[in-house]
Design a protein around this ligand. Structure first.
Ligand code: NOJ
Length: 577
């Protein structure tokens, strides 16, 4: 049953952060930017070795400019053995030869700037690669030495130190400690790795670690980086005494709903951002940092602010189930928090760690969003893509910055049939879970080209499925109703209508009443309608008897559908009142 919609004016849920004179004077670009995440291994391969590279990124920057994004964020392209796709950094101030050279990085940054695109680079401060020269030196040095003190080494428990120092487990499954063999061949100390064995955690109690990472920031700021995406931004400082975590009946670390494991979100982490902020502020331009911090919402104000980090990913929207109440809550909460911290929220639906949203929405709502898909987990692909398109239109209508993940603008699905022997995600190798490779398959650019135009030689470090062909850029560009054209239109309209900007006049106002299963929100005279039901809804039921002009639909509609909001779809309309 539907009920008529009423005029939304007296809503109590207006979120209008009034801009101060300072903000108005200097419109900090990141506050309303659309940032496109490039996963360098899988974006474009210029040298034909089957792995993407920086020259490949540079060559395709005009595509991103034309798409309508404001900035790119690149996952790590630094020297790395690639045990965790580059999030295992062996040298923070050099480019891995697979991705090119420092000169290629300079060229990419310069070209992006020429095209008006900002460049955000990744920084990985919680851990390095075990190949890092300082970890190798720590292994070679004696327990208690300054070299060991750069990382989290500890004596084991048990009679002969044969048990790990505590019961922590790795995010990638299995123990979070590995025992080493000392120089004399005897079993020795243990080192902490919250992630893979090849990713030892830095010891942030050591001032030398602080200095090292500050130098890394300066290195990339000097080369023109406009900002940093901070990896595991809530992880660096561990609790005093490294206490055991409480475990549940299955012997796994017990993490109550809404909380984080004991090794995350410790207050010492906050000091790091207070140290970093003046460094960023000492450079011209609005250099920024966005935190990858999976923290309880109420902790966010501790991380974000004028003397702290600029913003943090808001993963609540990504995790929100398809439905009016869930999505509305996932919008209201971060907007209220943004008001509280004085920094706009961020929106994100996909990234290189989660199941692509075109597939995610094709499952029952309680399906997990991480650790990839197994071959026998088959989503309703058509429904998933329809809902993904609608969720994207909803996201792009909201104030704050939005982060897009490469390939979502093509509607790429998660790939579930990658042969196990080709999977590289350490979580797969450690625990046999499908892992995140399925969202990292190289992009299709041209349907009738080797590796769909990803690489001239036809090489591709992960096989691309046949279903990628029709989704290639050349098949969608200029094609009315394609996913790519929906993104391009939405991004251009978002910029034109300044939808990313929080303002008194265009706060988010939810309709007090709307047809069942339909989310209706206004931004000034723009009305956004999301029909989460499986039946079309007449436009007359969501227009309050006002004049309107439909600006954009998430799915094309035939003549029959012109006066409807199609099932599982969204639209933007201008109310003419
Ligand atoms: C978060 C990154 O996004 C993920 O890809 C990586 O595996 C972990 N941090 C560890 O660096």
């Amino acid at each position: 049953m539907t009920s008529p919609i009423s005029t939304p004016a007296p809503s109590t849920t207006t979120h209008a952060h009034t801009r101060t004179a300072d903000e108005a004077a200097s419109q900090q670009w990141w506050r309303d930017a659309v940032v496109y995440q490039v996963y360098p291994r899988s974006f474009a391969d210029a040298d034909g070795d089957g792995m993407g590279d920086l020259p490949g990124v540079t060559a395709h920057l005009p595509y991103l400019r034309d798409l309508g994004v404001d900035a790119i964020w690149l996952s790590p392209f630094y020297t790395s053995p690639q045990h965790d796709g580059g999030y295992d950094v062996a040298d923070y101030t050099d480019v891995d030869p697979r991705f090119g050279s420092l000169a290629d990085a300079d060229e990419m940054i310069a070209r992006a700037h020429e095209l008006g695109l900002k460049v955000v680079v990744d920084i990985v401060p919680n851990h390095s690669s075990s190949d890092h020269v300082l970890f190798q030196q720590a292994l070679a040095a004696a327990p208690g030495s300054p070299e060991r003190d750069m990382y989290m080494f500890a004596e084991g428990r048990g009679e002969n130190g044969e048990l790990p120092p505590n019961n922590w487990t790795s995010i990638f499954h299995g123990p979070a400690w590995t025992r080493i063999t000392e120089a004399d061949g005897a079993p020795g100390q243990w080192y902490l790795h919250i992630f893979d064995t090849s990713q030892p955690d830095w010891n942030w109690k050591n001032p030398r670690v602080h200095e090292l990472m500050q130098d890394v920031l300066r290195f990339w700021l000097d080369r023109g980086a406009d900002g940093f995406r901070v990896d595991v931004a809530h992880g660096m400082v561990k609790p005093e005494g490294l206490p055991d975590a409480t475990v549940n009946a299955e012997g796994l670390i017990d993490i109550p709903e809404g909380e984080v494991p004991v090794y995350f979100d410790n207050d010492g982490v906050l000091d790091i951002y207070r140290e970093w902020r003046p460094i960023l502020d000492s450079y011209e331009g609005d250099r920024m940092m966005v935190l990858e911090a999976w923290i309880p919402e109420h902790r966010l104000p501790l991380y974000i602010g004028d003397e702290k980090a600029h913003q943090s990913f808001n993963f609540g929207f990504l995790q929100a189930r398809w439905g009016v109440e869930t999505m509305r809550a996932a919008i209201e909460k971060p907007l209220a928090l943004a008001d509280a911290v004085g920094s706009p929220t961020t929106w994100v639906l996909s990234n290189h760690d989660v199941i692509r949203h075109a597939s995610r929405y094709g499952f029952a709502p309680d399906h997990r969003f991480g650790e990839g898909l197994a071959r026998d987990e088959v989503p309703d692909a058509e429904l998933g893509l329809r809902r993904a398109r609608a969720a994207t239109l909803l996201m792009l209508s909201l104030p704050g910055s939005a982060y897009l993940y490469q390939g979502e603008e093509l509607g790429l699905p998660e790939v579930s049939d990658i042969p196990d022997e080709l999977r590289e995600d350490p979580a797969h190798l450690r625990a046999g879970v499908p892992g995140r490779d399925g969202c990292r398959v190289p992009l299709p650019w041209v349907q009738d080209a080797p590796a769909y135009g990803f690489s001239s030689t036809g090489e591709s470090w992960l096989p691309q499925p046949a279903e990628f062909g029709p989704l290639a850029v050349d098949q969608q560009l200029g094609v009315d109703g394609s996913v790519l054209e929906m993104y391009r239109s939405a991004l251009h309209l978002r910029r034109k209508l300044q939808l990313g900007v929080q303002s008194e006049a265009a706060g988010v106002v939810f309709a007090q009443t709307a047809p069942d299963g339909v989310l209706v929100l206004d931004r000034g005279d723009l009305r956004v309608v999301v029909n989460t039901t499986s039946a079309p809804v007449p436009l007359a039921e969501v227009t309050d008897d006002q004049g309107y002009e439909v600006l954009l639909r998430s799915v094309p509609t035939g003549p029959d559908g012109a006066e409807q909001v199609a099932a599982d779809s969204a639209l933007w309309m201008r109310l003419t009142r």
